[in-house]
Design a binder for this molecule. Structure first.
Ligand code: XLS
Ligand code: CA
Ligand code: CA
Length: 437
């Protein structure tokens, strides 16, 4: 029986569409800068929020109405849920999904039973992938929910927690390969610390690196060729997360020789928590050659925690798409809606409203970003702002022709620096606004 009988396949109806369950902007095959929208975005549904999110918060239990969920978390129930998930994704028209091992199948009493449960559900996921053509964008392992990971997984002071996590990631790499996944993501979970009185930070960093090297080695051994990603998050659950932001992660990957094998998976809400804009995080990763994948969501600026809302801010999506267009877009990565409906939006149909809104917001952002690029004035301003580097002393410095002594001689002769020019921030903001339509 269908879980969403009242929802038909979501179609593009254009900006005059009156139905709230139609795309007004996202037209999968429409070309923007010569590439179909669906290939620009490579949209993905996050299994954990959309199919496991119950809507609980620190003040009360879950609120979500999910008629397909049985009373116990059995393999049978998980199998049924997997079929519901594919009905949802098929009606939505997304090409990808992502999941943690523990999202799709229940944990058993012992590791062997847990793996058996996972295998049973993976069989169904594979069937559903074949039936629908929907693919796995990346797999990952939940190394944070079980109390054995209370002190972290790869960075735990308990070597057995590390070993259990290794067994879990080994299994998830096999599963990701079996399902043809395009990538595998590491998110720190509890890899960080609350205080340095009880923490050997250097040792924990070394262990984290060893863990990631083991993953890369095992992937090679079994012929998994997907891309590895590292996902930054500055806080929650620990006070000091080791994967604070893109810059911290890139430094870690380089320091431990992982930079050839691991790129970044960047989440908008985590950028906010780190005190950065998403555009900053993306630009930083891309300029260093680490742009991998994106967790598309939005964090409420008036709240200091990870609200994981669906992205509806056109300026945010425009900025994301501008960076992606600038650097040639995704290869293995995509836009994964790591977002959850609000606790008060408890009906199944709200899941559709949320994703349709997010996809439309990105489609609009893409069109605006393309318009900004076609207009050319922003790029021209930027180029002109750096014109002093295109000839004369600037070009000579860039060309390695100067040192401090020759620059002192240059300035002693000239007497003072040339006059500065206005940054024209307000003019540029007005220009962007004139192109947002
Ligand atoms: C949690 C993270 C998590 C990762 C995958 O805050 O965003 O969902 O994306 O483990
Ligand atoms: Ca995420
Ligand atoms: Ca988040």
């Amino acid at each position: 029986m269908a879980a969403f009988p009242e929802v038909q396949k979501i179609r593009y109806e254009g900006s005059r569409a009156k139905s709230p369950l139609a795309f007004q902007q996202y037209n999968a095959d429409e070309l923007v800068e010569g590439k179909a929208m669906k290939d620009h975005f490579r949209f993905s549904v996050a299994y954990w929020h959309t199919f496991r999110g119950a809507g609980s918060d620190p003040f009360g239990p879950g609120t979500m109405l999910r008629p397909w969920e049985g009373p116990v978390d059995s393999v049978e129930n998980a199998t049924n849920r997997a079929r519901v998930a594919f009905e949802f994704m098929e009606k939505l028209g997304v090409p990808f999904y992502c999941f943690h091992d523990r999202d799709v199948a229940p944990e058993g009493a012992m590791l062997a039973e847990t793996n058996k449960n996972l295998d049973a559900v993976v069989k169904v996921l594979k069937e559903e992938q074949q039936r629908t053509g929907i693919k796995l964008l990346w797999g990952t392992a939940n190394l944070f929910s079980n109390p054995r990971y209370m002190h972290g997984a790869a960075t735990s002071p308990n070597a057995d927690a590390f070993a259990f996590a290794a067994a879990q990631v080994k299994k998830m790499l096999e599963v990701t390969k079996e399902l043809g996944g395009a990538g595998y993501t590491f998110w720190g979970g509890r890899e960080g610390y609350q205080n340095l009185w009880n923490t050997d930070m250097k040792r924990e960093f070394d262990h984290l690196a060893r863990f990631m090297h083991m993953a890369v080695d095992y992937a090679r051994e079994i012929g998994f060729t997907g891309q590895f990603y590292f996902e930054p998050k500055p806080k929650e659950p620990t006070k000091h997360q080791y994967d604070f932001d893109v810059a911290a992660c890139v430094n870690f990957l380089r320091a431990y020789g992982l930079d050839k094998n691991v790129k970044m998976n960047i989440e908008a809400n985590h950028a906010t928590l780190a005190g950065h804009s998403m555009q900053h995080e993306l630009e930083y990763a891309a300029m260093q050659g680490f742009l991998g994948s994106v967790d598309a969501n939005y964090g409420d600026l008036m709240l200091g925690w990870d609200t994981d809302q669906f992205p509806t801010d056109i300026y945010l999506t425009t900025q994301i798409m501008l960076v992606l267009l600038k650097y040639g877009g995704f290869t293995t990565g995509g836009l994964n809606f790591d977002a959850k409906v609000r606790r008060e939006s408890f009906e199944p149909v709200d899941l559709f409203h949320a994703h349709v809104g997010g996809m439309d917001a990105f489609a609009r952002g893409l069109k605006i970003a393309a318009a900004i690029r076609a207009d050319g004035r922003l790029a021209e301003f930027l180029k002109n702002r750096y014109a002093s580097w295109d000839s004369g002393v600037g070009a000579e410095i860039e060309g390695g022709k100067h040192g401090f002594k020759s620059l002192e001689a240059y300035m002693l002769k000239k007497g003072d620096a040339a006059a500065n020019q206005s940054g024209r921030q307000e003019m540029l903001e007005n220009l962007i606004n004139s192109l947002v339509q």
